[in-house]
Design a protein around this ligand. Structure first.
Ligand SMILES: [Zn+2]
Length: 423
């Protein structure tokens, strides 16, 4: 079972090649991210390249049905791997210029191996978030793209930028005028492509049909909320008639583009104001996260559904990104180990049996998960119960990355149990 809205959201990345304007197309649903094509007088420009060589090959084959002109340049909207990993396919072995923002730097690329860093944790959590190894039914989607897509050559076709863009500028895409616009958002190195004559915008990942991923649970540094909101304002000011994002379907019509962009800006600023107000009032982070929801004028906007990003995670990320982990409650200046806390909770519950009774009698899955963690910290065999609770939560979860993580981690727990019983 899966949340019906999450199932319906898959319509946002059904496989299609959509015409945006004369000689301008976008490929949606072939990969986690979209690839765009602009046909010039005698050559093609490609914007973003998808996450795998196989997906790139499939898209290139479709684009070649539309035009047999050679690909003359590639533009990266930003450095996330799902946009840069099919470049070798589009370059076709030739020295094709690759344009990117001067700050081009992926927040996924590991730092030097000589420096201690939580790269293994990042790897594990990335697998969980994207449901790597889950079945097609389990992995409804990635929240930003189809769960079911080719994985051959994943991450294999990256080519580094050859032409770093130092300042916003107009460029000639072989007869098509384009403006490269710096617009920090999901990453600081976002460079949007604006075609003023056709009024078509390629905003990268600064907008897609979901509440924005202000914090990725795979693990990410703080994404500047205010900068992202400002970039959405900038988009609103362009007056685009077509917007073809890095994920999900293109948006047609100046009014519709304006509406989705300004409401998404409002949603980001709502997280900022709710969280800042809670912090100023001395509320706990749990209370701030547990009480956040979209205001009335945004709650019915389907493109703000929490399919990919999530309000409560964003509130936590904003607090950590601005004032850091300390929430102002001096109790939290010290800490108990998980085991020590579990021992004390068990004592309160009348012993370990009291904790097991919670799993039988309580009906709050979140509380029962916390109790499972106490039991596991006390070396009690609560892994199966935890896996069952995670699976239950996944069935009503609208967020794809949360659903994938619940199911992925449940499988890890169950395989740990079966490994244990084998030995
Ligand atoms: Zn992306």
């Amino acid at each position: 079972m899966a949340h019906p809205d999450l199932l319906a959201h898959r319509a946002q990345f059904e496989k299609s090649i959509t015409r945006l304007g004369e000689g301008i197309y976008t490929a949606v649903g072939y990969a986690a991210s979209n690839v765009h094509m602009i046909e010039g007088d005698s050559s093609i420009t490609i914007i973003d390249t998808s996450e795998s060589t196989k997906a790139a090959e499939n898209i290139l084959a479709e684009f070649q049905k539309l035009s047999d002109k050679p690909i003359a340049r590639i533009i990266y909207t930003h450095s996330h791997r799902d946009h840069i990993s099919g470049a070798t396919v589009f370059a076709q072995g030739r020295d094709v210029p690759i344009l990117a923002h001067h700050g081009f730097k992926s927040d996924l690329v590991a730092v030097s191996d000589n420096v201690p860093a939580p790269n293994m944790a990042l790897g594990r959590r990335t697998q969980a978030q994207f449901g790597i190894g889950l079945s097609g039914d389990e992995r409804v989607s990635l929240g930003c793209g189809p769960g079911d897509r080719p994985m051959q050559g994943l991450g294999a076709g990256f080519l580094p930028p050859t032409q770093v863009i130092e300042a916003e500028c107009d460029i000639d895409l072989d007869g098509v005028l384009a403006r490269l616009i710096f617009a920090p958002g999901e990453t600081a190195d976002h460079m949007m492509v604006w075609l003023p004559e056709q009024r078509i915008l390629f905003p990268g990942d600064n907008w897609y049909y979901s509440f924005p991923n202000l914090y990725a649970i795979r693990g990410t540094a703080y994404r500047d909320f205010i900068a992202w909101a400002n970039s959405l304002d900038l988009i609103a000011g362009l007056g685009a008639e077509v917007m073809a994002p890095g994920h999900t379907n293109p948006v047609f019509g100046a009014e519709q583009v304006q509406e989705v962009v300004t409401t998404t800006r409002d949603a980001i600023m709502h997280v900022v104001s709710h969280t800042a107000a809670g912090m100023n009032a001395g509320q706990s982070m749990d209370d701030i996260a547990a009480t956040i929801s979209l205001p009335d004028h945004l709650v019915d906007k389907p493109w703000l559904g929490e399919f990919y990003g999530k309000l409560s995670w964003s509130a936590r990320a904003y607090a950590v990104g601005t004032l850091g982990w300390y929430d102002g409650n001096p109790t939290h200046l010290g800490c108990l180990s998980s085991r020590s806390r579990a021992e004390k909770i068990a004592a309160l519950a009348g012993g370990i049996e009291g904790l097991w009774d919670v799993l039988k009698n309580d009906d709050d899955p979140q509380w029962k998960l916390e109790v499972c963690d106490h039991l596991i910290a006390l070396d009690q065999p609560a892994e199966a119960q935890k896996a069952e609770l995670l699976t239950t939560l996944s069935e009503t979860e609208i967020n794809a990355t949360a659903r994938n993580t619940y199911l992925w981690e449940a499988k890890q727990l169950l395989s740990r149990i079966s490994e244990g019983s084998d030995t």
